[in-house]
Ligand binder design. Structure first.
Ligand SMILES: [Zn+2]
Length: 346
Protein backbone atom coordinates (compact mmCIF):
# COMPACT_ATOMS: atom_id res chain seq x y z
CA UNK A 1 0.00 0.00 0.00
CA UNK A 2 1.24 3.42 -0.95
CA UNK A 3 2.16 5.62 1.98
CA UNK A 4 1.48 9.27 1.63
CA UNK A 5 4.60 11.25 2.42
CA UNK A 6 2.87 14.27 3.82
CA UNK A 7 0.34 12.43 5.87
CA UNK A 8 1.86 9.19 7.14
CA UNK A 9 -1.35 7.94 8.64
CA UNK A 10 -3.24 8.86 5.51
CA UNK A 11 -5.82 10.50 7.68
CA UNK A 12 -7.84 13.20 6.04
CA UNK A 13 -10.66 15.19 7.53
CA UNK A 14 -12.71 16.15 4.47
CA UNK A 15 -14.99 18.34 6.49
CA UNK A 16 -12.12 20.25 8.05
CA UNK A 17 -10.38 20.70 4.70
CA UNK A 18 -13.55 22.02 3.10
CA UNK A 19 -14.21 24.36 6.00
CA UNK A 20 -10.69 25.71 6.33
CA UNK A 21 -9.29 26.09 2.85
CA UNK A 22 -10.67 28.79 0.61
CA UNK A 23 -10.98 28.79 -3.16
CA UNK A 24 -8.97 32.01 -3.10
CA UNK A 25 -6.00 30.34 -1.43
CA UNK A 26 -6.05 27.58 -3.98
CA UNK A 27 -6.38 29.97 -6.90
CA UNK A 28 -3.43 31.87 -5.49
CA UNK A 29 -1.43 28.70 -5.25
CA UNK A 30 -2.13 27.87 -8.87
CA UNK A 31 -1.34 31.48 -9.77
CA UNK A 32 -4.78 31.89 -11.26
CA UNK A 33 -5.87 34.97 -9.35
CA UNK A 34 -4.45 37.25 -12.03
CA UNK A 35 -6.58 35.54 -14.67
CA UNK A 36 -9.81 36.28 -12.77
CA UNK A 37 -11.98 39.31 -12.40
CA UNK A 38 -14.07 40.14 -9.39
CA UNK A 39 -17.63 41.35 -9.30
CA UNK A 40 -18.87 41.43 -5.73
CA UNK A 41 -18.79 37.91 -4.37
CA UNK A 42 -18.03 36.44 -7.75
CA UNK A 43 -14.76 35.80 -9.55
CA UNK A 44 -14.79 34.87 -13.20
CA UNK A 45 -12.23 34.00 -15.81
CA UNK A 46 -11.23 31.39 -18.34
CA UNK A 47 -11.64 27.83 -17.08
CA UNK A 48 -8.32 26.42 -15.84
CA UNK A 49 -9.69 22.89 -15.82
CA UNK A 50 -10.50 22.49 -19.50
CA UNK A 51 -8.20 25.40 -20.38
CA UNK A 52 -10.88 27.23 -22.31
CA UNK A 53 -10.71 30.67 -23.86
CA UNK A 54 -14.10 32.04 -22.81
CA UNK A 55 -13.14 34.85 -20.38
CA UNK A 56 -16.11 34.31 -18.06
CA UNK A 57 -16.78 30.56 -18.29
CA UNK A 58 -15.20 29.79 -14.95
CA UNK A 59 -16.97 31.26 -11.91
CA UNK A 60 -16.09 31.20 -8.27
CA UNK A 61 -18.35 32.23 -5.43
CA UNK A 62 -16.18 33.50 -2.58
CA UNK A 63 -18.84 33.19 0.10
CA UNK A 64 -19.98 29.75 -1.01
CA UNK A 65 -16.39 28.64 -1.52
CA UNK A 66 -17.22 26.82 -4.71
CA UNK A 67 -16.62 26.96 -8.44
CA UNK A 68 -18.48 26.21 -11.64
CA UNK A 69 -17.51 26.04 -15.28
CA UNK A 70 -20.12 27.16 -17.79
CA UNK A 71 -17.93 26.06 -20.67
CA UNK A 72 -17.20 22.69 -22.17
CA UNK A 73 -16.08 20.79 -19.06
CA UNK A 74 -19.09 22.03 -17.05
CA UNK A 75 -17.39 20.94 -13.84
CA UNK A 76 -18.19 22.42 -10.50
CA UNK A 77 -17.86 21.81 -6.81
CA UNK A 78 -15.87 22.58 -3.72
CA UNK A 79 -12.17 23.11 -3.00
CA UNK A 80 -11.42 19.40 -3.00
CA UNK A 81 -13.18 18.86 -6.32
CA UNK A 82 -11.14 21.67 -7.81
CA UNK A 83 -7.79 20.21 -6.77
CA UNK A 84 -8.92 16.75 -7.80
CA UNK A 85 -9.64 18.06 -11.32
CA UNK A 86 -6.51 20.21 -11.55
CA UNK A 87 -4.23 17.41 -10.40
CA UNK A 88 -6.06 14.56 -12.05
CA UNK A 89 -6.25 12.68 -8.74
CA UNK A 90 -9.11 11.23 -6.75
CA UNK A 91 -11.14 13.10 -4.18
CA UNK A 92 -9.30 11.62 -1.20
CA UNK A 93 -5.90 12.29 -2.64
CA UNK A 94 -6.92 15.85 -3.45
CA UNK A 95 -8.03 16.36 0.15
CA UNK A 96 -4.69 15.03 1.38
CA UNK A 97 -2.88 17.47 -0.88
CA UNK A 98 -4.92 20.36 0.48
CA UNK A 99 -4.25 19.24 4.02
CA UNK A 100 -0.55 19.12 3.23
CA UNK A 101 -0.47 22.47 1.45
CA UNK A 102 -2.53 24.52 3.82
CA UNK A 103 -3.16 22.74 7.08
CA UNK A 104 0.00 20.86 7.96
CA UNK A 105 2.42 23.22 9.69
CA UNK A 106 5.33 20.78 9.39
CA UNK A 107 4.94 20.58 5.66
CA UNK A 108 7.33 22.42 3.40
CA UNK A 109 4.46 23.30 1.17
CA UNK A 110 4.53 20.18 -0.94
CA UNK A 111 4.84 20.35 -4.70
CA UNK A 112 4.55 24.09 -4.73
CA UNK A 113 3.56 25.89 -7.88
CA UNK A 114 3.46 29.34 -6.46
CA UNK A 115 6.17 30.92 -4.37
CA UNK A 116 3.53 33.09 -2.82
CA UNK A 117 1.73 30.08 -1.42
CA UNK A 118 4.93 28.73 0.12
CA UNK A 119 5.72 32.04 1.69
CA UNK A 120 2.35 32.22 3.34
CA UNK A 121 1.14 28.75 4.07
CA UNK A 122 -2.06 30.38 5.18
CA UNK A 123 -3.77 28.87 8.17
CA UNK A 124 -6.91 29.40 6.20
CA UNK A 125 -9.84 31.29 7.56
CA UNK A 126 -13.37 30.35 6.74
CA UNK A 127 -14.60 32.42 3.80
CA UNK A 128 -16.86 35.27 4.75
CA UNK A 129 -19.77 36.38 2.62
CA UNK A 130 -18.02 39.60 1.89
CA UNK A 131 -16.05 40.70 -1.12
CA UNK A 132 -13.48 42.13 1.27
CA UNK A 133 -11.98 38.65 1.65
CA UNK A 134 -10.83 38.90 -1.96
CA UNK A 135 -7.15 39.57 -2.45
CA UNK A 136 -6.26 43.02 -3.63
CA UNK A 137 -4.62 41.56 -6.71
CA UNK A 138 -8.04 40.76 -8.13
CA UNK A 139 -9.27 43.47 -10.43
CA UNK A 140 -11.99 45.62 -8.93
CA UNK A 141 -13.33 46.30 -12.38
CA UNK A 142 -16.73 44.67 -12.74
CA UNK A 143 -17.48 42.21 -15.50
CA UNK A 144 -19.36 43.90 -18.30
CA UNK A 145 -22.89 42.60 -17.93
CA UNK A 146 -26.39 43.96 -17.88
CA UNK A 147 -27.57 45.24 -14.54
CA UNK A 148 -30.25 43.54 -12.49
CA UNK A 149 -33.92 43.87 -13.36
CA UNK A 150 -35.07 47.02 -11.56
CA UNK A 151 -38.05 46.68 -9.17
CA UNK A 152 -41.33 47.90 -10.66
CA UNK A 153 -42.61 51.26 -9.55
CA UNK A 154 -46.24 50.18 -9.81
CA UNK A 155 -48.44 47.26 -8.89
CA UNK A 156 -51.45 45.92 -10.79
CA UNK A 157 -54.23 46.27 -8.24
CA UNK A 158 -57.40 45.35 -10.10
CA UNK A 159 -56.69 41.85 -11.35
CA UNK A 160 -59.74 39.62 -11.74
CA UNK A 161 -58.94 36.67 -9.53
CA UNK A 162 -61.92 34.47 -10.45
CA UNK A 163 -61.28 34.03 -14.14
CA UNK A 164 -62.49 30.57 -15.24
CA UNK A 165 -59.15 29.77 -16.84
CA UNK A 166 -57.46 29.69 -13.45
CA UNK A 167 -59.98 27.14 -12.16
CA UNK A 168 -59.68 25.22 -15.40
CA UNK A 169 -55.99 24.82 -14.64
CA UNK A 170 -56.97 23.36 -11.31
CA UNK A 171 -55.98 26.30 -9.16
CA UNK A 172 -57.79 26.97 -5.91
CA UNK A 173 -58.62 30.49 -4.70
CA UNK A 174 -55.96 30.24 -2.01
CA UNK A 175 -53.29 29.46 -4.60
CA UNK A 176 -54.45 32.29 -6.86
CA UNK A 177 -54.26 34.68 -3.95
CA UNK A 178 -50.89 33.39 -2.72
CA UNK A 179 -49.26 33.99 -6.08
CA UNK A 180 -51.23 37.18 -6.80
CA UNK A 181 -52.68 35.96 -10.10
CA UNK A 182 -55.56 37.46 -12.03
CA UNK A 183 -56.84 38.62 -15.37
CA UNK A 184 -55.53 41.99 -16.41
CA UNK A 185 -57.99 44.30 -18.12
CA UNK A 186 -55.71 47.17 -19.02
CA UNK A 187 -52.41 48.04 -20.62
CA UNK A 188 -49.91 45.74 -22.20
CA UNK A 189 -51.31 42.64 -20.50
CA UNK A 190 -54.95 43.32 -21.35
CA UNK A 191 -56.69 39.97 -21.73
CA UNK A 192 -53.83 38.05 -20.14
CA UNK A 193 -53.53 36.39 -16.76
CA UNK A 194 -50.90 38.45 -14.94
CA UNK A 195 -48.26 36.52 -13.00
CA UNK A 196 -46.14 38.66 -10.64
CA UNK A 197 -42.41 37.85 -10.71
CA UNK A 198 -40.20 38.84 -7.77
CA UNK A 199 -36.46 38.85 -7.39
CA UNK A 200 -34.74 36.90 -4.64
CA UNK A 201 -35.18 39.81 -2.27
CA UNK A 202 -38.94 39.69 -2.84
CA UNK A 203 -39.16 42.89 -4.90
CA UNK A 204 -41.67 42.85 -7.73
CA UNK A 205 -39.66 43.03 -10.95
CA UNK A 206 -42.16 42.08 -13.67
CA UNK A 207 -45.54 40.67 -14.59
CA UNK A 208 -45.59 37.78 -17.00
CA UNK A 209 -48.79 37.35 -18.99
CA UNK A 210 -50.42 34.03 -19.87
CA UNK A 211 -53.21 34.08 -22.40
CA UNK A 212 -56.14 32.19 -20.87
CA UNK A 213 -56.35 29.23 -23.22
CA UNK A 214 -55.20 29.12 -26.82
CA UNK A 215 -54.30 32.64 -27.92
CA UNK A 216 -55.95 34.15 -30.99
CA UNK A 217 -53.71 34.68 -33.96
CA UNK A 218 -51.15 37.40 -33.36
CA UNK A 219 -51.20 36.96 -29.57
CA UNK A 220 -48.42 35.14 -27.80
CA UNK A 221 -49.23 32.46 -25.26
CA UNK A 222 -46.82 34.11 -22.84
CA UNK A 223 -45.81 37.73 -22.68
CA UNK A 224 -42.93 39.29 -20.79
CA UNK A 225 -42.20 43.01 -20.56
CA UNK A 226 -39.67 44.41 -22.98
CA UNK A 227 -36.22 44.62 -21.45
CA UNK A 228 -37.03 42.17 -18.68
CA UNK A 229 -34.35 39.48 -18.41
CA UNK A 230 -35.96 36.34 -17.09
CA UNK A 231 -32.54 34.64 -17.06
CA UNK A 232 -31.72 36.75 -14.00
CA UNK A 233 -34.65 35.56 -11.90
CA UNK A 234 -35.91 32.31 -10.48
CA UNK A 235 -39.65 32.38 -10.05
CA UNK A 236 -40.79 32.03 -6.42
CA UNK A 237 -37.24 31.84 -5.01
CA UNK A 238 -37.92 34.55 -2.43
CA UNK A 239 -40.71 32.47 -0.91
CA UNK A 240 -38.90 29.15 -1.24
CA UNK A 241 -35.95 30.50 0.73
CA UNK A 242 -38.22 31.10 3.70
CA UNK A 243 -38.88 27.38 3.97
CA UNK A 244 -36.94 24.96 6.15
CA UNK A 245 -33.31 24.65 5.12
CA UNK A 246 -33.28 20.85 5.10
CA UNK A 247 -36.37 20.53 2.92
CA UNK A 248 -35.32 19.79 -0.67
CA UNK A 249 -35.80 22.60 -3.15
CA UNK A 250 -37.93 21.45 -6.06
CA UNK A 251 -37.14 23.06 -9.40
CA UNK A 252 -39.68 22.99 -12.22
CA UNK A 253 -39.87 24.63 -15.62
CA UNK A 254 -43.10 26.60 -15.62
CA UNK A 255 -45.24 28.87 -13.47
CA UNK A 256 -48.18 26.50 -13.47
CA UNK A 257 -46.01 23.56 -12.42
CA UNK A 258 -44.97 25.66 -9.47
CA UNK A 259 -48.57 26.63 -8.61
CA UNK A 260 -49.70 23.00 -8.81
CA UNK A 261 -46.93 21.71 -6.56
CA UNK A 262 -47.40 24.51 -4.04
CA UNK A 263 -51.09 23.67 -3.86
CA UNK A 264 -50.23 20.03 -3.18
CA UNK A 265 -47.99 21.01 -0.26
CA UNK A 266 -44.64 21.09 -2.08
CA UNK A 267 -44.18 24.70 -1.06
CA UNK A 268 -40.42 24.90 -1.45
CA UNK A 269 -40.68 25.05 -5.21
CA UNK A 270 -39.27 27.38 -7.84
CA UNK A 271 -39.60 27.68 -11.62
CA UNK A 272 -36.82 28.46 -14.07
CA UNK A 273 -39.32 29.80 -16.64
CA UNK A 274 -37.82 27.39 -19.15
CA UNK A 275 -35.90 24.13 -19.28
CA UNK A 276 -32.40 25.63 -19.09
CA UNK A 277 -30.54 27.28 -16.25
CA UNK A 278 -28.69 30.50 -16.96
CA UNK A 279 -25.42 31.44 -15.28
CA UNK A 280 -27.25 34.06 -13.24
CA UNK A 281 -29.83 31.57 -12.10
CA UNK A 282 -27.13 29.11 -11.12
CA UNK A 283 -25.37 31.77 -9.11
CA UNK A 284 -28.58 32.77 -7.42
CA UNK A 285 -28.88 29.20 -6.22
CA UNK A 286 -25.24 28.75 -5.23
CA UNK A 287 -25.37 32.01 -3.31
CA UNK A 288 -28.68 31.23 -1.64
CA UNK A 289 -28.36 27.57 -0.64
CA UNK A 290 -25.76 25.86 1.52
CA UNK A 291 -23.35 23.59 -0.37
CA UNK A 292 -24.70 20.05 -0.42
CA UNK A 293 -28.36 21.10 -0.15
CA UNK A 294 -30.92 18.74 -1.63
CA UNK A 295 -32.44 19.76 -4.93
CA UNK A 296 -35.06 17.86 -6.88
CA UNK A 297 -35.61 18.50 -10.57
CA UNK A 298 -39.09 17.81 -11.87
CA UNK A 299 -39.10 18.69 -15.55
CA UNK A 300 -41.44 18.04 -18.44
CA UNK A 301 -41.58 14.57 -19.86
CA UNK A 302 -40.34 15.58 -23.29
CA UNK A 303 -37.00 15.66 -25.01
CA UNK A 304 -36.20 19.23 -23.96
CA UNK A 305 -37.19 18.58 -20.37
CA UNK A 306 -35.28 15.31 -20.03
CA UNK A 307 -32.16 16.75 -21.61
CA UNK A 308 -32.50 20.01 -19.66
CA UNK A 309 -32.69 18.16 -16.35
CA UNK A 310 -29.51 16.23 -17.13
CA UNK A 311 -27.59 19.39 -18.05
CA UNK A 312 -28.80 21.17 -14.94
CA UNK A 313 -27.93 18.21 -12.74
CA UNK A 314 -24.33 18.61 -13.97
CA UNK A 315 -24.42 22.38 -13.44
CA UNK A 316 -25.55 21.88 -9.86
CA UNK A 317 -22.52 19.74 -9.04
CA UNK A 318 -22.10 21.11 -5.53
CA UNK A 319 -25.62 20.10 -4.50
CA UNK A 320 -27.27 16.75 -3.87
CA UNK A 321 -29.46 16.63 -6.96
CA UNK A 322 -32.16 14.12 -7.75
CA UNK A 323 -34.02 14.03 -11.05
CA UNK A 324 -37.63 13.09 -10.40
CA UNK A 325 -39.48 11.51 -13.31
CA UNK A 326 -43.14 11.99 -14.06
CA UNK A 327 -45.43 8.97 -14.09
CA UNK A 328 -46.19 7.53 -17.50
CA UNK A 329 -48.69 9.48 -19.54
CA UNK A 330 -48.06 12.75 -17.69
CA UNK A 331 -46.32 15.35 -19.84
CA UNK A 332 -45.72 18.10 -17.32
CA UNK A 333 -45.95 18.51 -13.55
CA UNK A 334 -49.06 20.71 -13.65
CA UNK A 335 -51.00 17.74 -15.02
CA UNK A 336 -50.43 15.84 -11.79
CA UNK A 337 -53.33 15.53 -9.40
CA UNK A 338 -52.72 16.34 -5.76
CA UNK A 339 -52.76 12.60 -5.04
CA UNK A 340 -50.15 11.82 -7.69
CA UNK A 341 -47.68 14.41 -6.49
CA UNK A 342 -46.47 12.70 -3.30
CA UNK A 343 -46.09 9.45 -5.27
CA UNK A 344 -43.97 11.15 -7.90
CA UNK A 345 -41.52 12.26 -5.21
CA UNK A 346 -41.55 8.96 -3.29
ZN1 LIG B 1 -14.25 24.15 -17.79
Amino acid sequence: MKTDQASPNGFVDFKQVKASVTMLQILERYQLVETLRQNGDRLSGPCPIHKGKNPTAFRVSISKNCFNCFGSCARGGNVIDFVSLMEGVGFREAALLLQQWFLDPSSDGGPARSKKAVRKPNRAKKPEPSPSTAPTSVSEEPIAEAGPNPPLTFELKTLKTDHPYLFQRGLEPETIEHFGLGLCSRGMLRGYIAIPIHNREGELVAYAGRWPGDPPEGNARYKLPKGFRKSQEIFNLHRALEEEEDTPLVIVEGFFDCFTLWQAGITKCVALMGCTMSEDQLFLLTESLPVGSSIELLFDNDEAGIHGAEVIRAQLGEFAVRVVTLPEGIRQPDELSSDQIPDAFA
